[in-house]
Design a protein around this ligand. Structure first.
Ligand code: AMP
Ligand code: FES
Ligand code: ZN
Ligand code: ZN
Length: 365
């Protein structure tokens, strides 16, 4: 097995590229694929500040590493979700990487800052752990980016993740989510831009990237996510890929090229007017945002009302005299800001850029 580029012994075969690569050329391929994604979707420029959400897993540490190598201004953000040993261990990997690279890691602990953790809080709030977790992550990513003055939030979602989310959304014809399943979501209404630079790279490549680069990462999946639908969709697509190399890539990129625009109008029409949450100041379509409602129901502590001034400045021009709590919405009010009422219970962090308002017919069985 020889490297396609230099003919030296290869360390990895990538069937969808029909090629093998040595360590150096494999690392170059990973960087090139990220560059290609960044350019194709206008994700970020070198003068912008990026906050990389790092879970301590292979994908998010790899994307942070690649963005730094490519010369981007990238700080990390680690959220302590209070999921027992899993959180302790994943936080250690994130800190270790930051120390090795001399990079800045911002940390937020959900239990310390808001007085609840995901296992107990989701139980008290009667939500699935992954749903409460996804909602908390989306909120805290946005807030940390705004407070830190970052232009962009990057996550480690890879091709396998995106293809699996697409598969779930197609399976259930979640058309309003299909219109928003993009590798970059523009900044809007006080939310930072969100990017997924790893969409051209698969899970196996990211694991290999970390091994070759000597990056230690948490191998275990989150214990709360075991057996969820997203993992099932991933396994189904991996089974298809085994006999049809390139299937995940053509499914996802074919969707972006040929289908995604058809769902955009619905996704845009679905975006409600936003006003500041009366508790935390975040843009929301309800008086109190979904995260603050979760905090209350989970038995946690709400923030002290010290809203971020950048948000106040934005709302200066946009505030509506009456917050939108209208009769047009007939679903569970707690789902209004949360794009994940159920469909894939391990909701991808980036699907939601903005709260959605549903029509009464959506609430009917
Ligand atoms: P997941 O929802 O667990 O599949 O994670 C998707 C992406 O969200 C990861 O690639 C990270 O970029 C980010 N992420 C997940 N968990 C955390 C965390 N605890 N802190 C910061 N970012 C996270
Ligand atoms: Fe959120 Fe597991 S990472 S519930
Ligand atoms: Zn080579
Ligand atoms: Zn709020």
């Amino acid at each position: 097995m020889k490297c396609r580029v230099c003919r030296e012994p290869a360390i990895i075969d990538i069937r969808r590229h029909n090629a093998n690569f040595c360590a150096d050329h494999f690392l170059r391929l990973c960087r090139d694929q990220v560059t290609k994604a960044i350019e194709a979707f206008s994700m970020i420029t070198p003068d912008e500040r990026c906050l990389v959400a790092v879970s301590g897993g292979k994908d998010s540490l790899a994307v942070w590493d690649i963005l730094l190598d490519l010369g981007y201004q990238a700080d990390g953000l680690y959220l302590g979700l209070g999921i027992g040993d899993y959180s302790d261990e994943s936080g250690r990997y994130a800190r270790e990487f930051a120390a090795q690279r001399g990079a800045t890691l911002v940390e937020i602990s959900l239990p310390d800052a808001y007085g609840f953790d995901i296992p107990n809080g989701s139980r008290a709030a009667k939500r699935k752990p992954c749903s409460a977790c996804g909602l908390s992550k989306r909120h805290l990513f946005d807030q940390a980016a705004l407070e830190g003055g970052y232009d962009v939030v990057a996550t480690g979602h890879n091709l396998d993740d995106e293809a699996a989310v697409l598969f779930g959304n197609v399976l259930h014809w979640q058309t309003e989510y299909l219109g928003r399943q993009l590798p970059v979501l523009p900044a809007r209404d006080g939310f930072p831009r969100k990017i997924k630079p790893l969409v051209r790279l698969g899970e196996r490549e990211m694991a290999a990237y970390c091994v070759v680069k000597g990056i230690d990462y948490i191998v275990d999946e989150c214990p709360m996510a075991k057996g969820n639908k997203h993992i099932g969709y991933k396994e189904a697509l991996t089974a298809i890929e085994a006999t049809s190399a390139g299937a995940k890539h053509s499914f996802y990129f074919g969707f972006l090229d040929r289908a995604s625009a058809r769902f955009q109008a619905e996704a845009e029409a679905d975006q409600a007017d936003l006003t500041p949450c009366t508790e935390c100041g975040s843009p929301t379509s309800t008086e109190v945002c979904a995260f603050c409602r979760l905090v209350t129901r989970a038995g946690g502590r709400l923030p002290d009302g010290d809203h971020d001034t950048r948000l106040d400045a934005w709302f200066g021009d946009h505030v509506h005299p009456d917050p939108v709590v209208d009769g047009a919405f007939a679903g569970d009010p707690d789902d209004r800001d949360d794009p994940d009422p159920d469909p894939a219970d391990h909701e991808p962090v980036l699907v939601d850029l903005a709260p959605t308002r549903r029509s009464p017919k959506d609430a009917r069985p």
